[in-house]
Design a binder for this molecule. Structure first.
Ligand SMILES: CC(C)(COP(=O)(O)OP(=O)(O)OC[C@H]1O[C@@H](n2cnc3c(N)ncnc32)[C@H](O)[C@@H]1OP(=O)(O)O)[C@@H](O)C(=O)NCCC(=O)NCCS
Length: 185
C-alpha cells in the first residue's frame, strides 16, 4: 500500500504541493531534506540529494538519504523521511538517525508508523544495526511512533540552544523493530 520512493523529476508538482500544505496548515516539517528551500529549484534539490548521499561525516554535516512516503493506490506523497547513514557529535545529541513527517491532512491514520517501519528496512539495507531517534518530549505522535518499535530509552535533557525543550533519546534495534512490526501486521 505504501513505499519509500527516491525523489525524481516526475514528482516535482506533487512535492511542491506537499510542502505548501505544511505552510497552509502552519505545521512543522521534519525529514524533508531541505526541500522547502528549493521550491523554485526542484532540479537543484535533486542534485543536492545526490551530494547528501556522498557527504563525508564532518562537524556540521552527515551523509543522508531522503525519501517520499508514497501511497501506491493514488501515487500521492503522504510523508517524507530522512535517514542519516552516519552520525557526528551534534547528530548524536540532537537529530539522531531519522527525521520524518506526514502531511497535515493525512495525520492520525497510522501512516507515520508505516513510514518508520519502511525507514527501518532502508537502514537494514545500509547495514545499520541500531538507530537513534530523538524526540521532543511533548511531541506525542512522534514519541508514540518511536515507542511502537520497542526502543531502549537512553536519556533526556533540556536543549537550550535551538529548541528550548526536553529532548529524549531512544535506540531502536533495526532487526527487532522490523520483526516486531511484521509480527503485528
Ligand atoms: C509526528 C508525525 C509524523 C506523526 O504522524 P501521524 O501520521 O499523525 O502519526 P500516526 O497516525 O502514524 O500515529 C503515530 C502514533 O501517534 C499517535 N497519535 C497520532 N496523533 C496523535 C495526537 N494528535 N496526539 C497523541 N497521539 C497521537 C497515534 O495513535 C499513534 O500511536 P499508536 O500507534 O500507539 O496508536 C506528524 O504529526 C508530523 O508530521 N508532525 C510534524 C513533524 C514532526 O513533528 N516530526 C517529528 C519530529 S521528531
Amino acid at each position: 500500500m505504501f513505499e519509500l520512493v527516491s525523489p525524481t523529476l516526475e514528482y516535482k508538482e506533487k512535492a511542491i504541493d506537499f510542502i505548501n500544505e505544511f505552510y497552509e496548515y502552519k505545521s512543522e516539517m521534519n525529514g524533508v531534506g531541505g526541500l522547502y528551500r528549493y521550491l523554485n529549484d526542484y532540479e537543484g534539490w535533486l542534485e543536492k540529494l545526490e551530494k547528501d548521499k556522498k557527504q563525508p561525516v564532518t562537524e556540521e554535516r552527515v551523509p543522508a538519504e531522503t525519501y517520499f512516503l508514497v501511497r501506491k493506490e493514488d501515487d500521492k506523497i503522504i510523508g517524507m523521511i530522512n535517514i542519516r547513514l552516519a552520525l557526528n557529535e551534534e547528530f548524536k545529541k540532537l537529530n539522531g538517525n531519522i527525521g520524518y513527517c506526514i502531511r497535515p491532512t493525512e495525520r492520525g491514520k497510522g501512516y507515520n508508523n508505516i513510514n518508520l517501519y519502511l525507514g527501518l528496512k532502508k537502514c537494514k539495507e545500509h547495514g545499520i544495526k541500531d538507530v537513534l531517534l530523538t524526540v521532543d518530549k511533548d511531541n506525542e505522535p512522534s514519541k508514540k511512533t518511536v515507542l511502537r518499535f520497542n526502543p531502549r530509552f537512553e536519556r533526556e535533557y533540556f536543549e537550550e540552544k535551538k529548541y528550548k525543550t526536553i529532548i529524549q533519546l531512544y535506540w531502536i534495534n533495526v532487526d527487532e523493530g522490523i520483526k516486531l512490526w511484521e509480527s503485528e501486521h
